[in-house]
Design a protein around this ligand. Structure first.
Ligand code: AMP
Length: 601
């Protein structure tokens, strides 16, 4: 029985799934969103990826539609998300939570063949998770019928607007019953979102991040660093950072019991003395672990928030967040475990690119800077290890008593250069001391330069006074949604630029290309599809984000001419995007994609 979740009103099937997943307690957004959504109320929620937002709407909506067997031919729940990646993630989440309820979920997104999606829809589904463009395509083809819809969720609404989906969203909502329940989640709430909320939500429950509320309690003396690392590479990155930092005792936080057990196992496999700590363990087991930690026979404690609440150890030198915690309060609480009694401590957080926004929320609440650093390379780690060996040798040299060994050096020096002899001895000492673990993960961790530049981080910084690009432009146009989707550009009626920005005098105008260029090299690519094929900026952004898995925020200016389009991209993404788009279709057609050489046909 999972009491904290049961108190929110969730039924036994969902509680059983949550227990099996190792969730110990609801996150703040789940605590606030689940009860009103269960009641059938509309909801406006400010929440980013990583806060547990998906479960916050998936759990109550699943409970509301459960029990309909067989799955309905017209779906009851529709979740709209900006990207294919998210459609897959959200649909997997519904599947995972809804197993015991036998809920069926169909994801529909651009890039996948229609046939497969149509078959899925024909079989019937409780829940459809869709990107707006593809949902609209299905509506127009008559393969998606939203007339029985009970609930709709607009997930990451700000990102959907940024990608140019505003009109598609309106058209989709028009095809749903007015009696439906509507929930809107957005990481930021610029006026454009507020306007959508006003028009489509009825007396919504509001869950907003309070602004500028300083968190309670004083912040400890802790150096805060974050690494932006794709999830699949987090263990390798953690390994490198651990090698570099060599903590005396580190506390590593994970979200669930399962993650704690898995990570503890993997770290033990790397040779650390590790203990796991979570709410599923008996008091006796926990006491045993704590005793070991106090006695300094453990290097790493891997724990959930719930289990760590009972920890009272002074010599924790490092706190690691394997994921960004679901709320800034939890972050402050976690890092308060180190830097105690005036000691210095380090708090190190691993965030996936999508969780980066949470770091900003934390910064704005704690009013402290989190330094974004690059994951150390194997070379850095090796250099650090060599430093360790050097220190150890220095200690031996200082201690003296080497007479017995000098004879070995003397005799070898008749055959070899004495420096070579010394180097061989250092090598033996190094390998005995440090092993050759550095070679274990020569695996490349993808460069996170794009994500990790503090500049980019600040530019996207959330605060009402410095809203993101889309919002800033909204304000300029007196807060009303722009009627014209494209800005035709001065005297170039056949060319359409992405509608966020008025051209700034230069030949090429588009979304903050100047800013992006300053942040890193931008390259233009040529795509052989233009207005004649009905191409809109959203098609290009959608194709690039979905096919090449590129963060849409990184995309610069977009220019759409009659027969071609030019898109500005960060140089590191260019080859991947070209390859992906060459293998894909845009508006159902294969198109030519190249680096832009300035040649126009
Ligand atoms: P989301 O913000 O929806 O992307 O969720 C972020 C991650 O947190 C996902 O991996 C979820 O599986 C996980 N998660 C969501 N809710 C909880 C919870 N109450 N306890 C532990 N993990 C959770």
């Amino acid at each position: 029985m999972n009491a904290p979740f049961a108190e929110l009103g969730l039924g036994p099937e969902l509680l059983a799934e949550l227990a099996a997943l190792g969730y110990e307690e609801p996150t703040p957004i789940q605590k606030s969103a689940i009860p009103p959504l269960l009641e059938g109320r509309d909801l406006l929620g400010q929440a980013a990826t990583g806060t547990g937002k998906t479960a916050a709407f998936a759990l109550p909506l699943l409970q509301r539609v459960a029990g309909t067997k067989p799955p309905p031919l017209k779906p009851f729940v529709l979740i709209l998300v900006p990207t294919r990646e998210l459609a897959v993630q959200v649909s997997e989440a519904f599947h995972k939570y809804g197993k015991g309820l036998r809920a069926t979920v169909v994801p529909i997104y651009g890039g996948q063949e229609f046939h497969r999606q149509i078959m899925g829809l024909k079989r019937g589904a409780h829940v459809v998770v869709a990107t707006p463009g593809r949902a609209l395509d299905h509506l127009r083809r008559g393969t998606l019928d939203l007339s029985s819809l009970q609930s709709v969720v607009l997930d990451e609404a700000d990102e959907m607007l940024d990608m140019g989906f505003a009109e598609d969203l309106e058209a989709i909502l028009k095809a749903t019953p007015t009696t439906r329940q509507t929930a809107l989640f957005s990481a930021t709430l610029p006026p454009r979102i507020a306007s959508i909320a006003e028009r489509h939500l009825k007396n919504p429950a509001r869950i907003l991040i309070p602004r500028d509320k300083a968190t309670k309690g004083s912040m400890p003396n802790v150096k805060q660093t974050a690494y932006i690392v794709p999830r699949a590479h987090k263990v390798a990155a953690l390994g490198r950072v651990l090698d570099l930092e060599s903590p005396t005792l580190a506390l590593i936080f994970c979200r669930t019991r399962l993650e704690v057990d898995e990570l503890a196992g993997r770290l033990a496999g790397r040779g650390y003395r590790v203990e796991a700590l979570h709410g599923g363990m008996s008091q006796r087991e926990r006491d045993r672990v704590m005793k070991k930690a106090r006695g300094a026979t453990v290097d790493l404690l891997v724990a959930t928030d719930v289990a760590a609440r009972g920890i009272d150890i002074d010599h924790i030198t490092h706190v690691f967040n394997f994921d960004v915690p679901a709320s800034p309060e939890s972050y402050v609480h976690r890092i308060g475990r180190t830097g105690r009694a005036g000691r210095e401590g380090a708090a190190i957080t691993f965030a996936s690119p999508r969780e980066q926004r949470l770091l900003r929320n934390i910064e704005s609440l704690t009013k402290q800077k989190i330094l974004i650093a690059s994951v150390p390379s194997p070379r850095d780690v090796k250099a650090r290890r060599l430093d360790g060996t050097k220190d150890a040798l220095r200690a031996v040299l200082t201690a003296g008593g080497l007479e017995g060994f000098r004879t070995v050096v003397d005799s070898l020096a008749t055959e070899f250069d004495p420096l070579e002899v010394a180097a061989a001895a250092v090598r033996m000492a190094h390998e005995a001391e440090a092993g050759d673990a550095a070679q274990e993960d020569e695996l490349d961790i993808p460069s996170t330069e794009n994500f990790s530049k503090p500049r980019t981080f600040q530019r996207e910084g959330y605060s009402e006074s410095a809203p993101r690009d889309g919002a800033r432009r909204e304000k300029k146009s007196d807060g009303k949604p722009s009627k014209k989707k494209f800005d035709g550009g001065e005297g170039r009626p056949e060319k359409k630029t992405r509608g966020w920005d008025a051209p700034r005098g230069g030949k090429f105008a588009g979304r903050d290309s100047g800013e992006k260029q300053a942040a890193g090299a931008m390259t233009r690519i040529y795509i052989g599809a233009g207005t004649r094929m009905g191409i809109r900026p959203a098609d290009l952004v959608g194709a690039i984000a979905n096919e090449a898995d590129v963060n849409p925020r990184g995309i610069g200016g977009i220019e759409i001419a009659e027969s071609y389009s030019i898109v500005e991209l960060p140089e590191p993404d260019v080859a991947r995007v070209i390859k992906a788009l060459r293998g894909a279709t845009i508006r159902g057609r294969k198109v030519k994609v190249n680096r832009d050489l300035g040649i126009r046909k």
